[in-house]
Design a protein around this ligand. Structure first.
Ligand code: F6P
Length: 766
C-alpha cells in the first residue's frame, strides 16, 4: 500500500504540532517551578545571613567583609554572595563572581524601598538570579547583602522536552503507519483485488466479498453493488444471447426501460385488496410475510421494476406500526424498491366488502364451481364505500403526478375505474380481472350487474387472462348496458368514453426470482422426504389456497381411483397437498377445509399400510422458497381447478423444473391450459381421466417427458410476467387523452380543458 504525501505530511504535522504544544506547556511549568525554588533558596540564605552581614557592615574590616563573602565559594548553583554599602556600592563579592555589575539594579531598588528584591539577568552570557536584602542597624539602613545563583540549569527542560517530542512524533507516526498498513492496507488490497476480479468477471454471481471486519458496512454496500452489477451483466448477456437467437424474452430491466419510455415521466400506481407484505409479531418482535396470492406473485416484480406505488389493504397485526401516519412504507422490507400505501378498513367494511360482496358474491358468480353466490344489499353498500375509500387514497397519492398510469386489480375494485376517471380524466386507467368472466346468463343474476359494468367501463383498458373471458365480458355488456361494441377491435363505446378489452395472460417471473439452480434435484428430494418422514418411490404434488374452485377433493378422489385401478402404486406413491388456509371466516371455506381433511383421512384409512399413506395434507401457508423444493421433488404436479382465471401454480411448477423432469397434469378449465399444450389436460370431475393421466405421467418415457417440459418452459419463459406487465402497460400507454366535453376537474386537468380517453386505433375502428 502506498501512502501519499498528504497523509504523511498531515500525520507528521499533526503529531509534531500536538507534541510541541504539550512540551512547551510542560517546559514553561517546569521552568517556573525551578525559578521559584531558586528564589526561595536565595531568600532563606539571605535571611540567614542578615545578622552576620550586619556585624560585618557595621564594624568589620575589608578583610572581614571578604572573608564573609568567600565562605559561599564552591556551592553548587550558588554563584556567590555580595556585600553593598548604603548607597549600593559593592564592598565585597565572593571570589570568582567577577562578571556581576558593581552596583546591581536589584540592590539599589532594595535599598530605596527597604524591601527584598529579586531579578533574573545575564552576566557575561550566563543566566543569573540575584536576591538583594537590605540590612539595617538601629533602624538605619547600613547596606545590603545579595545572593547570586547561576540559573543556567533551568534551560535543561527545554532541550529535554524538545527531544522527547521529536522522538514521540517519530514513534507515533511510525506505529500509526504500521497499523494503517496492517489493518487497512491488507483488507483494502484484498478488496481491490476482489473488485478487479469482479470487473473482469472472475467472481461468480452471488460471490461474497472476503469478510473484512473493519470494512463490514462498506463491504455490505459493495456486495450489494456487485450483485446489481452481476445481475445487470447477466441480463445484458442474456439479452445479447437472445438477440443472437432472434428471441425476445422480457426481463425486469427490459420492463423498467420499456415502462420508463412508455410512461414518459408518469408514475405507475397499482391498487389491489391484498397487500404484498404483511407485518405481524413473532416471539415479541415484528416480522413480515408474503401472503399466498397469485396476484401478489405477478404484480410484485412489476412494482419492483418500476418503483411504483402500490395501494392495498393493511391486514397484518403489526401493519400500522410499520407504516407512517399516512400508511406508507418502502418495501420489500429487506431491500426497499417501491412504496406500499396501506388503506385501513373497519371490521364492518372488511366483512361487507371483502368477505361479503367480493368473496361470497362476485367470486362464486365468476367461477363456475357450483357454489351459489350470496348478494346482500348491505354488502353492496360496503363494496361501494370501500371502492370510494381506495379511490380517495389513490387520488391523494397521485395528486402531484401528471398523466398517471393506474393498474386496478381484480374483482374487488370494479367501481374504482369510473371513480378515478371522473376526478382525474388525465389518468390512464386499466383494470385487470384476475378471475374468469362467466357467460352473460350467469353474470346476469347479479342484482348490481349494471353498476359493476359501468364502473369497469370507466377504465380505458380492461384486461382478462384469455380471449374467451373478453368475449364473455363484451357479451355481458351488450346485454346489460346501452353502449356500442366494436367486435373487430374489441372496444366498448359508452357515453363518449372508449374502453378496450384485451387478453393478457398473466405469468411468473421465470428464472428472475433469484433462486439458484439446484445441484441435484434427486438429493434435494431425498432430503425433503426424510424431513417429512415419507418413504415413497413416486411423489405427486398439489399447491393451492384451500378454495372450492381448486378441486382439491376431486384431486384426492383421482388419487384414490388411481390406487384402485393401478394397485402397483399402493405403498409406493404419496401425494403431497400443500393447502394454505384461505378466507376462513366464510362458512363455505370452513366446510371445505373439513371436507378436504376428511377426504384425505378416508382415503388414507383405505390404503394405509405400515408407515406409508397415500395422501399427506400440509395445512399451512408455505413461502415461495419452501414450495420450490416441493416443485423440484415432485414427479407430477396436479392442478385440478374446477374453474380458474389462469392458475400460476402450473407455471411456477414449470419454472422450477430446470432439470426438465416432472409432468404437469392440468385442468382444462384453467386459463393456463390455453397456453400449456404439453401438459396432460384433464377434466377434474372425471375421476377415471385423472387416474389415467397420473398413470400416463408416471410411465411416460423420459425423452417425451423432458421434451414436453422443455417446450412448456420455453412458453413460460417467453410469456413471463414481465411481458404481461409490459404488454398491459404498453397498451394502456397507447391511450390518447383528448379534450372532451363534460369531464370533471382534477389536479392535472386544467379547468376548461377537460380530457377523455380514446384508443389509438379508434380511427381504424370506424
Ligand atoms: O385469483 C384471484 C385472486 O385475487 C388471486 O390473485 C389470489 O391468488 C387470490 O385471489 C387471493 O385471494 P385473497 O386475496 O382473497 O386471499
Amino acid at each position: 500500500m502506498h501512502l501519499n504525501r498528504r497523509l504523511l505530511f498531515s500525520l507528521f504535522g499533526g503529531v509534531a504540532g500536538v507534541s510541541l504544544i504539550f512540551a512547551a506547556y510542560q517546559t514553561v511549568g517546569e521552568i517556573h517551578t525551578l525559578r521559584d525554588d531558586v528564589q526561595r533558596q536565595a531568600l532563606v540564605l539571605a535571611e540567614s545571613q542578615q545578622r552576620p552581614a550586619q556585624q560585618v557592615l557595621r564594624g568589620g574590616s575589608v578583610r572581614d567583609q571578604q572573608a564573609f563573602v568567600d565562605q559561599f565559594e564552591n556551592h553548587e548553583r550558588l554563584a556567590g554572595v555580595g556585600l553593598y554599602d548604603a548607597e549600593g556600592r559593592q564592598l565585597a563579592v565572593t571570589s570568582g563572581l567577577t562578571s556581576v555589575p558593581e552596583a546591581p539594579a536589584a540592590v539599589k531598588k532594595a535599598l530605596q524601598t527597604g524591601r527584598v528584591r529579586g531579578e533574573f539577568f545575564a552576566a557575561a552570557f550566563t543566566p543569573m538570579h540575584i536576591l538583594a536584602l537590605p540590612v539595617s542597624s538601629a533602624g538605619i539602613l547600613i547596606g545590603a547583602v545579595a545572593v547570586y545563583h547561576n540559573v543556567a540549569f533551568t534551560a535543561a527542560p527545554i532541550w529535554r522536552h524538545a527531544f522527547t517530542s521529536v522522538a514521540q512524533t517519530f514513534l507515533i507516526v511510525g506505529i500509526t503507519l504500521l497499523i494503517v498498513r496492517w489493518s487497512l492496507g491488507r483488507p483494502l488490497h484484498r478488496m481491490t483485488q476482489w473488485l478487479r476480479d469482479l470487473h473482469s468477471g472472475n467472481i461468480p454471481p452471488g460471490g461474497e466479498l472476503p469478510n473484512e471486519e473493519i470494512f463490514q458496512p462498506l463491504a455490505s454496500e459493495v456486495t450489494r453493488l456487485a450483485t446489481s452489477l452481476n445481475t445487470a451483466r447477466a441480463a445484458a448477456q442474456e439479452e445479447a444471447r437472445l438477440r443472437d437467437t432472434a428471441q425476445s424474452i422480457w426481463t425486469p430491466e427490459m420492463l423498467r426501460i420499456s415502462v420508463q419510455t412508455k410512461l414518459d415521466g408518469s408514475r405507475l400506481f397499482a391498487v389491489s385488496n391484498r397487500e404484498p407484505y404483511e407485518h405481524g409479531y413473532k416471539g415479541g418482535s415484528v416480522t413480515w410475510t408474503v401472503p399466498p396470492s397469485g396476484l401478489v406473485t405477478a404484480l410484485e416484480p412489476v412494482l419492483r421494476a418500476c418503483d411504483g406505488i402500490w395501494i392495498a389493504q393493511g391486514t397484518g397485526p403489526a401493519d400500522r406500526e410499520t407504516a407512517d401516519e399516512s400508511g406508507r412504507l418502502r418495501v420489500p422490507p429487506d431491500h426497499p424498491q417501491y412504496t406500499l400505501r396501506r388503506v385501513w378498513l373497519t371490521p364492518e367494511e372488511e366483512e361487507g366488502f371483502y368477505f361479503g360482496f367480493a368473496n361470497e358474491g362476485l367470486w362464486p358468480l365468476c367461477h363456475i364451481a357450483h357454489t351459489r353466490p350470496a348478494f346482500r344489499a348491505q354488502d353492496w353498500e360496503h363494496y361501494r364505500a370501500v371502492n370510494q375509500k381506495f379511490a380517495c387514497a389513490l387520488l391523494d397519492e397521485m395528486k402531484n403526478d401528471k398523466n398517471p398510469l393506474v393498474l386496478a386489480q381484480d374483482y374487488h375494485f370494479a367501481l374504482l375505474p369510473r371513480m378515478i376517471k371522473e376526478k382525474r380524466p388525465d389518468a390512464r386507467v386499466a383494470i385487470f380481472w384476475h378471475i374468469p368472466w362467466p357467460n352473460p346468463e350467469a353474470f346476469g343474476i347479479c342484482p348490481w350487474q349494471r353498476e359493476l359494468l359501468d364502473g369497469m367501463l370507466g377504465a380505458d383498458l380492461i384486461g382478462f387472462h384469455i380471449q374467451a373471458h373478453c368475449n364473455n365480458f363484451l357479451e355481458t355488456v351488450d346485454r346489460a348496458l346501452e353502449s356500442r361494441i366494436d367486435w373487430g377491435h374489441f372496444t366498448v363505446n359508452r357515453q363518449g368514453g372508449l374502453t378496450a378489452v384485451r387478453p393478457f395472460p398473466i405469468s411468473v417471473a421465470f428464472g428472475a426470482d433469484g433462486a439458484a439452480p439446484s445441484e441435484s434435484s434427486f438429493l434435494d428430494r431425498a432430503d425433503l422426504l426424510r424431513e417429512l418422514g415419507i418413504e415413497a418411490s413416486w411423489i405427486g404434488l398439489g399447491v393451492d389456497r384451500v378454495d372450492y374452485t381448486k378441486g382439491i377433493p376431486e384431486r384426492f378422489r383421482g388419487i384414490e381411483r388411481l390406487l384402485d385401478r393401478y394397485p402397483e402404486y399402493q405403498g409406493k406413491l404419496t401425494f403431497l397437498q400443500i393447502g394454505a388456509p384461505s378466507r376462513t371466516h366464510i362458512k363455505r371455506y370452513q366446510d371445505l377445509m373439513t371436507e378436504v381433511q376428511q377426504e384425505a383421512e378416508r382415503i388414507n384409512r383405505r390404503f394405509r399400510s405400515g408407515s406409508w399413506k397415500p395422501i399427506v395434507f400440509l395445512e399451512r401457508h408455505h413461502s415461495h422458497e419452501e414450495v420450490r423444493r416441493y416443485y423440484r421433488a415432485a414427479d407430477f404436479c396436479l392442478v385440478t381447478s374446477l374453474h380458474d382465471g389462469m392458475n400460476l401454480v402450473a407455471k411456477e411448477y414449470i419454472a422450477a423444473r430446470d432439470d426438465e423432469r416432472g409432468v404437469l397434469i392440468l385442468s382444462r378449465f384453467t386459463g393456463a391450459s390455453h397456453e400449456l399444450a404439453d401438459a396432460l389436460a384433464v377434466n377434474p370431475y372425471d375421476t377415471d381421466e385423472l387416474a389415467d393421466a397420473i398413470h400416463t405421467a408416471l410411465t411416460m418415457p423420459v425423452g417425451q417427458r423432458s421434451e414436453r417440459m422443455r417446450r412448456m418452459r420455453a412458453v413460460v419463459q417467453e410469456h413471463n410476467v414481465y411481458r404481461w406487465a409490459g404488454n398491459l402497460i404498453a397498451e394502456l400507454a397507447k391511450v390518447r387523452l383528448e379534450p372532451a366535453a363534460g369531464a370533471s376537474d382534477g389536479p392535472a386537468a386544467k379547468p376548461g380543458r377537460p380530457v377523455r380517453a380514446v384508443m389509438a386505433n379508434r380511427a381504424a375502428a370506424r
